[in-house]
Design a protein. Structure first.
Length: 283
C-alpha cells in the first residue's frame, strides 16, 4: 500500500487510539492534525505505541513485570516485521503503518532497548548516558515520525537534536511526578557534584542545589534546540518536529518556577505555537 492511500480505514478502533493520544500526548496530537489523513493515521498509531510503552513504568510495581511487558512489545515488533499476526489494536495499527511507510525496524529496536532503563530508580550515571537514552527513545520516535511524514532519513540529525531538547524539557516538567514514583532522570554525577543523592530528589523538596541542576538541564535543552535549528531538514518533516516549538516556552516557565512545581501551557497557546511552526516551517 502506498502512503498516498489510507494506511487503515477510519474505525472505532482508530478513533479510540486517537483519543488516547490526544489525552496522553497533546503536543504531538496537535501537530499530527496538520498532516494529511493517511500520514495522520500513521502518526497516531506510532504515538499510541509510544504511549503504551512509556506508561509501563507508571503502571507496574516490579521491574521484572516491566521487562516482561517490554519483551511482549519486542515480540509484537518482531511479528510486524515478519508479517505475522499481532495481538492488539495498537499493534495492528502499527503494523499497517510500518508497511505503508516502510519504517525501519532498527529504530523500533533501539527505542525498546533503551526503555529497559525505565525500571531503574536512577539509571543515568552521567550526562552521556542521559543523552543516549533521550536520543534512543524520543529521538527514534521523532525520526520514525519524520519517515511517516515523507522525509525519510533526511531529517535524522534535526530530529535527534530536537527530540533531545524536548525530552529534557519534559524531564524537568515531570520532575515531581517522577519523584513520587521514585524515578530520577537527573544524572547522578550532577547530583553528587552538588552534594545530593537520589533520595534528595525523591523527597520532592526544592533546594538551591537542585535548582542549579535543573537550570543545567534546561541549558543543555537549549543547546540541543539550537543544534536542531541549525540542522537542515526537508519541509515535509515539520509536522514531526513541530512539538519542539513549545520547548522554549516550557523552559521559560520552568525558570520562573521552583523545581517540582507543575509547568503547564494552555491548550490555546499549544495549538498556536505548533501551528505557527508548521506554517512557517520553523522550529
Amino acid at each position: 500500500m502506498n502512503p498516498g492511500h489510507n494506511c487503515f480505514q477510519m474505525s472505532d478502533s482508530f478513533q479510540a487510539l486517537e483519543e488516547q493520544v490526544a489525552n496522553s500526548d497533546p503536543d504531538r496530537y496537535v501537530a499530527s492534525l496538520f498532516a494529511s489523513p493517511d500520514r495522520r493515521r500513521g502518526l497516531t498509531a506510532l504515538y499510541a505505541f509510544h504511549h503504551d510503552v512509556a506508561r509501563i513504568r507508571e503502571v507496574v510495581h516490579e521491574p521484572l513485570v516491566g521487562h516482561i511487558r517490554l519483551g511482549w512489545w519486542r515480540e509484537q515488533i518482531g511479528a510486524i516485521f515478519d508479517k505475522r499476526p499481532v495481538a492488539t489494536p495498537i499493534a495492528a495499527a502499527l503494523a499497517d503503518t510500518v508497511t505503508s511507510f516502510a519504517l525501519p525496524r532498527s529504530l523500533f529496536d533501539r527505542y525498546l532497548d533503551a526503555r529497559s532503563l525505565d525500571f531503574e530508580e536512577a539509571p543515568f550515571g552521567d550526562e552521556a548516558v542521559l543523552e543516549g537514552y533521550a536520543a534512543a527513545t524520543a529521538g527514534s520516535l521523532m525520526q520514525l515520525a519524520a519517515h511517516i511524514c515523507g522525509a525519510g532519513d533526511r531529517a535524522d540529525v534535526a530530529a535527534r537534536e530536537a527530540a533531545i531538547a524536548a525530552a529534557y524539557a519534559g524531564y524537568i516538567r515531570a520532575l515531581g511526578r517522577d519523584a513520587a514514583l521514585r524515578h530520577c532522570r537527573l544524572p547522578r554525577a550532577w547530583l553528587e557534584a552538588e552534594g545530593l543523592s537520589v533520595e534528595d530528589v525523591f523527597a520532592g523538596r526544592s533546594t538551591p542545589a537542585l535548582e542549579r541542576i535543573v537550570a543545567r538541564l534546561a541549558e543543555r535543552a537549549r543547546s540541543h534546540l539550537r543544534a536542531a535549528r541549525a540542522a537542515r531538514f526537508p519541509t515535509s518533516a515539520i509536522t514531526a518536529l513541530a512539538p519542539v516549538a513549545l520547548v522554549p516556552r516550557y523552559l521559560k516557565l520552568a525558570r520562573r518556577s521552583r523545581a517540582f512545581q507543575p509547568i503547564e501551557v494552555s491548550q490555546g497557546e499549544r495549538v498556536a505555537r505548533i501551528a505557527l511552526a508548521v506554517l512557517l516551517w520553523r522550529i
